[in-house]
Design a protein. Structure first.
Length: 119
């Protein structure tokens, strides 16, 4: 903790990180660039962006837009569906109550994740 992040990373460095908030999510990252600037009111300023995980529909292979939370919980693995296939899915209900939206987060469908489309 005594080292400055600037002294420990360089462009091209790869790193891994385990995020744990009920269930562990393993992330892999790479330093794309060092951004010059001045410190803000916070002593730590990290700029980051994740690339959206590629998720395919379990039925047709198209881009997934929804995750069936019920199947995800029962089967212990993600059950991704596109809009058309989710309408035909066995867990489908008129209110869409079992489906979570696909967001740009590797934590969609994991325990204690409360992300929203807006943030």
């Amino acid at each position: 903790m005594a080292e400055r992040i600037l002294d420990t990373v360089a462009t091209g460095n790869r790193f891994s990180y385990e995020y744990d908030f009920g269930t562990t999510t393993e992330l892999a990252g790479r330093v794309l660039a060092l951004v010059p600037g001045s410190p803000t009111a916070s002593p730590i300023q990290v700029l980051a962006r994740n690339e959206p995980p590629i998720r395919r529909c379990a039925e047709c292979g198209q881009d997934a837009t929804k995750l069936c939370a019920l199947c995800n919980q029962e089967m212990g693995k993600p059950c991704w569906y596109c809009d058309a296939c989710s309408d035909r899915h066995r867990c489908s209900d008129p209110d869409g109550g079992y489906f979570l939206s696909v967001l740009n987060s590797p934590r969609v469908g994991l325990c204690s994740y409360g992300g929203t489309a807006g943030g």
